[in-house]
Write a protein that binds this ligand. Structure first.
Ligand code: 6YU
Length: 498
């Protein structure tokens, strides 16, 4: 398509890979990806716990149905279980809620019946449904998602639960605290007090499914379709020098950590929002325009980590899909622990069960978000294993349960990710996501257009925080360049240097 156009993509996560694939297929011959680490995939990362495949990063295809590009690609490569492909599975619309069979344990070592906390679960789901219908930037008079949920639970509990006894009522409020912690993980935030009530995120139909051979199988298939040598690994970019006004040709220079400089016509930046928040001032020269910077600051980017735990035998029911821990001293509906160093483990809401058992054995995945999760990352693995063992023994009342091994993720301290995924912070609007994806220089400028483009999950207007959002964002920026060159016609052939 464009014989000499030089395009550099920063980051070999799925958005960078998909931008590159589209550009190469459209005929661009000088596309390269610079990746800071030694691997492709970014936040799609499959690991091993003993014999078992475990996902350190992305877990599910959220909404696996025809509109979801990740589902379509996974189906095409034959990476999914037959159930995931059924029309019935694709048609199921859970609207982002968790349809799992629970086992519930309380901090006094009792296994509760799921019905014991069903008033709390029902009210919480009802409120989540209502919150997803708030218009963009709406939400007043509530300051945040946390404020809305707490205020409404209090109000509705006074009416709906007025006839139930004090102990049962208190247990419901403690169960609400556990649900708030679940939502912190879903949103990847420290506290729901930091999440806006904007209704920006959209779900797709389809019952979430996993990759039996690991999510990274998708990356391997996609990478096999790119020309070899297109990615330079271990090549962190230090600075993107754009608007080199004296240079009509190759107006951007990409400077790597090792001092190497690469001239380009266009650069697609796919680094995470966490990385941008931390490094924007050194990553761009000249600096980003203020409106873009403000959106980077307003959008949220937090931590959600997993702690995989393997056992010799299960201590949960055969049909159990999720285990909730309810602390009986948490009636105040808090989603943050008061003393992170001493009681970080209280932020872990419980576990999901890796299914089917014949494939995974007896493996649980613990979920923990926020500053408590970031602190957990700093502890030796043995200490994490000890804390998990004590927690399980306390909640089950069984002092003999001993995990075989443990593996946890550490996304906050990953220097190239700086957290897990984005969320809509307080005061965020659709305009912030528009600003995130806006290329530089801004429209109307006299300078060479489309010098720096932005892709990655945090640039998608409503599928942010997901793999499909990342894929679509990569395609969108590739399409932006493709239509730019289609509209100005084919470039002049290269002039001989002789
Ligand atoms: C999904 C899921 N999932 C769990 C956990 C995590 C994430 N996600 P990348 O970061 O991949 O690539 C950038 C590259 O750039 C990277 O390789 C860097 O090394 C490189 N780089 C950085 N700096 C550089 C430099 N200076 N120079 C060169 N290179 C540089 N998504 O669909 N299903 O189950 C989960 C989950 C623990 C951490 C997830 C999930 C998020 C995805 O993983 C993520 O969006 C994409 O992989 C990002 O790809 P990318 O290319 O953009 O960046 C109601 C409501 C609320 C809204 N939220 C709903 C919940 C949805 C999220 N759920 C997540 C749940 C889990 C469990």
């Amino acid at each position: 398509m464009s014989a000499n156009t030089k395009i550099v993509i920063i980051g070999c996560g799925i958005s960078g890979i998909e931008a590159a694939r589209k550009l190469v297929n459209a005929g661009f011959q000088h596309v390269r990806i610079l990746e800071a680490t030694a691997r492709s995939g970014g936040r799609i990362k499959t690991g091993r716990l003993g014999q078992n495949i475990v996902e350190i990063g992305a877990n599910w295809i959220h909404g696996p149905s025809e509109q979801n590009p990740v589902f379509r690609m996974a189906r095409q490569y034959g990476l999914l279980d037959p159930e995931a492909l059924t029309l019935e599975n694709q048609a199921m619309d859970i609207g982002g809620l968790l349809p799992w069979v629970p086992n519930v344990f309380s901090s006094s070592g009792r296994k509760l019946n799921a019905e014991d906390i069903s008033p709390a679960l029902e009210m919480f789901n009802e409120l989540l449904n209502e919150s997803s219908r708030f218009p963009s930037q709406g939400g007043e008079p509530w300051a945040s998602m946390g404020d809305f949920l707490r205020s409404e639970v209090q109000l509705r509990a006074a009416e709906k639960w007025k006839d139930i006894d004090a102990n049962t009522r208190s247990l419901q409020l403690c169960a609400i605290s556990s649900m708030l912690k679940v939502e912190c993980c879903v949103n990847g935030t420290h506290s729901l007090d930091e999440v806006g009530l904007g209704g920006l995120y959209k779900t797709l139909p389809g019952l979430d499914c996993t990759f039996p051979g690991g999510y990274e199988g998708l990356i391997e298939n996609l990478m096999s379709e790119l020309p070899s040598g297109l990615v330079t690994y271990n090549s962190p970019v230090r600075c993107v020098h754009w608007n080199n006004s004296e240079k009509r040709e190759n107006p951007v220079t990409v400077e790597c950590d090792d001092g190497k400089k690469i001239a380009a016509d266009h650069v697609i930046v796919t680094v995470s929002l966490g990385y941008l928040k931390k490094h924007h001032s050194t990553l761009f020269h000249p600096p980003l325009p203020l409106h873009k910077l403000h959106s980077i600051q307003r959008l949220g980017f937090g931590t959600n980590n997993k702690i995989f735990v393997e056992f010799d035998s299960p201590w949960w029911d055969a049909d159990c899909e999720v285990i909730y821990f309810v602390w009986e001293d948490e009636g105040a509906m808090l989603d943050q622990v008061p003393d992170v160093q001493r009681s970080w483990i209280k932020k872990l809401f419980g576990f999901t069960v890796l299914k089917p058992t014949e494939r995974y054995g007896h493996v649980l995945c613990g979920w923990i978000a926020g500053h408590e999760s970031e602190y957990m990352e700093t502890l030796p693995e043995q200490e994490v294993m000890h804390a998990i063992t004590q927690l399980i023994r306390r909640f089950t009342g069984n002092p003999t349960i001993t995990p075989r091994r443990v593996l946890r993720s550490q996304w906050f301290h990953d220097p190239w990710t700086c957290g897990s995924y984005s969320y809509s912070g307080i005061g965020c609007s659709a305009q912030d996501l528009e600003n995130m994806m806006e290329p530089l220089p801004a429209e109307g400028s006299q300078a060479q257009p489309l010098q720096v483009l932005f892709a990655g999950e945090a640039t998608h207007p409503y599928y942010y925080s997901t793999v499909h959002g990342a894929v679509l964002s990569g395609w969108k920026e590739a399409d932006r360049l493709i239509s730019h060159y289609s509209s100005i016609g084919p470039p002049e052939p290269a002039k001989s240097k002789l």
